[in-house]
Ligand binder design. Structure first.
Ligand code: FE
Ligand code: FE
Length: 280
């Protein structure tokens, strides 16, 4: 099955984020998106136009009760792997390859098992594409809904087309939130991060859950926006989100991992943390 939307592959979005934060990029190129692929631009146009607060609340109602399926974590990875991207010229990596590359890079750096496992699992929520969700409702930089859009979000001009931008209640600095209320009380745009957070919540340690839930919240973890919605605990936990990010962005150039060789090791890690059947 193919993901519906303007991206040739879901990785096209990840690659764009990786280029945006390329550590070798010169400062004058930093916010120059003029060379961005048209598919990526169209993807953000749709994402920013359609991710309203009402949409987010509806998707949470639809999915976070986890009544859709029961499967093992490895079955979910295999299922995710049935997502076929239109041939992306830069990579012949499958979904499982990206997840394994991130996990292996984390393992090489000597990080604990729960951290390695988080690398392996962080993108499982992309199975939303297989449920028929459009790309703009699965991937993309996440941002809070119900309050003013930060200009630190990529392509902020596209929010003009979002109906929430005409709602004065949602367009103040705090909107529906209280100062320092903590991110758990803030609804972010819907996608793979939030979905898998709900699946993993009973099983993984808190730093892992922060990595999963906020790994696409670039405006906050890379640009420092929305600090006024965070509490001190969020700020402390965001150190972990930042620690995780390079493994997500920069492990793709590593060699193609052997799923067959690595499966027993990671299957062992999965068994330490998850039951054999998990609610999706
Ligand atoms: Fe992701
Ligand atoms: Fe990822």
């Amino acid at each position: 099955m193919q993901a519906q939307g303007p991206l040739q592959s879901l990785e096209q979005w990840d690659d764009f984020v990786g280029e945006r934060y390329d550590p070798n990029k010169k400062t004058e190129e930093f916010r120059d998106y003029s060379k961005t692929t048209p598919g990526v631009v169209e993807f953000y146009r749709q994402n920013h136009a359609h991710q309203t607060r009402a949409f987010v609340l509806e998707k949470k109602r639809q999915y976070t009760g986890l009544k859709r399926a029961k499967m093992s974590i490895w079955e979910a990875l295999d299922y995710l792997n049935t997502l076929v991207d239109e041939s992306d010229p830069d990579t012949d990596l499958s979904q499982i390859d990206h997840n394994l590359q991130a996990a292996e890079a984390i393992r090489r750096d000597g990080h604990p098992e729960w951290f390695q496992l988080t690398g392996l699992l962080h993108d499982i929520g992309k199975v939303l594409c297989l449920y028929g969700e459009e790309q703009w409702a699965v991937v993309g930089d996440t941002f809070p809904v119900g309050c003013a859009y930060s200009n630190k979000i990529v392509f902020p001009e596209f929010f003009e087309a979002n109906p929430d931008s005409k709602n004065p209640v949602y367009q103040t600095r705090l909107g529906v939130h209280e100062e320092g209320c903590g991110l758990d009380k803030v609804d972010l745009s819907w996608g793979h991060d939030e979905y898998f957070y709900h699946i993993a919540k009973p099983y993984l340690p808190e730093p892992a859950l922060y990595m999963i839930r906020y790994h696409s919240f670039y405006a906050a973890h890379r640009e420092g926006a929305y600090d006024y919605l965070m509490n001190d605990h969020d700020r402390e936990m965001f150190e972990w989100v930042r620690k995780f990010n390079p493994y997500d962005l920069y492990s793709k150039s590593d060699s193609k991992p052997s799923v067959k060789e690595l499966k027993p090791y990671y299957q062992g890690l999965i068994e330490k943390y998850f039951p054999s059947q998990v609610d999706f």
